[in-house]
Design a protein around this ligand. Structure first.
Ligand code: MG
Length: 315
């Protein structure tokens, strides 16, 4: 039986009738933060409660990339291809250099510790945008309980090191993603742990000033009918492929649900990868899945449009 559920005829051209869902990893506790490395032909992903980052290679399987990982959650690559990671344990955003050293990019603001950075994207200008909800310090399972010193906010880290508050309008901001042309930013609200009073949904913001991170007023974009949107990525046409409680939902730029990929576990996050960025990697509870699509992921980080892979120049 196909894993695709077509709800809008446009979705038919996005999927492949003969592509099946493949389970590529299992035995984890809670997978997150998928990042594709085309140059190493591998996927890295976090297994947060097990305090490790794992590496999957086609035909080889899964091995440990880093343990302890300081309870790493979301990840991405910067314009030089370096891994950028959100760490619950160290309450920081870090960069893995080409020689393997790890550089802390930010762990405090005004002398106060971040909560537990959750998800991160890199814009074409090299700025790093990340969310800082409380989940990693609200429980021992994904980090360790600790006091909150700062509100839960969204930040932009300038390549020069300056940090700006992008939004403080969220109870707990989670996943985030730019539209392919970077004129819009999508941010998910997933609410504070144990508090169901906040609507769990993705909002969309116009990027008014990318240099300072100033956004327009947020508008509701999409709320899954089952579960919540944790992490998501755009395809080349600007559709948002988001995690949900029953799989992956494909949502048009106008916020219409076009179709679903049914997954037997709760999905946390997705990443496009493979030689053509047309393979969707799906972190889902204890497992990781992959499925080929007839759409490519929008370039981000290392392969942002206009820059050759691995480019070190600013656009
Ligand atoms: Mg997340």
């Amino acid at each position: 039986m196909s894993s695709f559920e077509i709800l809008d005829r446009r979705f038919k051209s996005y999927v492949l009738f003969n592509a099946g869902l493949e389970r590529i990893a299992d035995g984890c506790r809670w997978t997150e933060g998928p990042v594709w490395f085309g140059d190493a032909d591998c996927l890295l992903f976090s297994d947060i409660p097990n305090n490790r980052i794992l590496r999957w290679i086609e035909g080889v399987g899964v091995s440990v990339y880093r343990q302890p990982s300081h309870y790493a959650n979301g990840g991405t690559r910067d314009r030089e291809g370096r891994l950028i990671s959100c760490l619950h344990g160290a309450r920081s955003v870090v960069r893995t250099e080409h020689d393997g050293r790890i550089t802390t990019l930010v762990d405090r603001i005004g002398g106060k510790r971040l909560n537990s950075p959750n998800d991160v994207v890199v814009k074409s200008d090299g700025s790093i945008w990340f969310t800082d909800p409380h989940y990693g310090i609200a429980m021992d399972y994904e980090g360790g309980r600790a006091e909150e010193e700062l509100p839960c906010r969204v930040y932009r880290l300038d390549p020069g090191g300056r940090i700006d508050v992008v939004s403080d309008a969220f109870a707990c901001p989670n996943g985030l993603c730019f539209s392919p042309d970077e004129t819009r930013l999508y941010i998910a609200e997933t609410g504070r742990l144990g508090d169901d009073s906040v609507e769990r949904q993705i909002s969309v913001f116009d990027v008014l000033d990318a240099d300072s991170g100033r956004l327009g007023a947020g508008r509701p974009f999409y709320a899954p009918s089952v579960g919540a949107a944790d992490g998501f990525r755009c395809d080349e046409d600007g559709n948002v492929w988001t995690s949900a409680g029953d799989g992956v939902h494909c949502v048009s730029p106008e916020g219409e649900l076009l179709g679903r990929i049914r997954i037997p576990q709760t999905v946390s996050n997705v990443a496009f990868g493979g030689r053509h960025r047309s393979r969707l990697f799906i972190c889902a509870s204890h497992e990781v899945y992959a499925i080929y699509l007839n759409r490519r992921g929008a370039p981000d980080g290392v392969n942002r449009r206009g820059a050759p892979d691995g480019a070190t120049r600013a656009p």
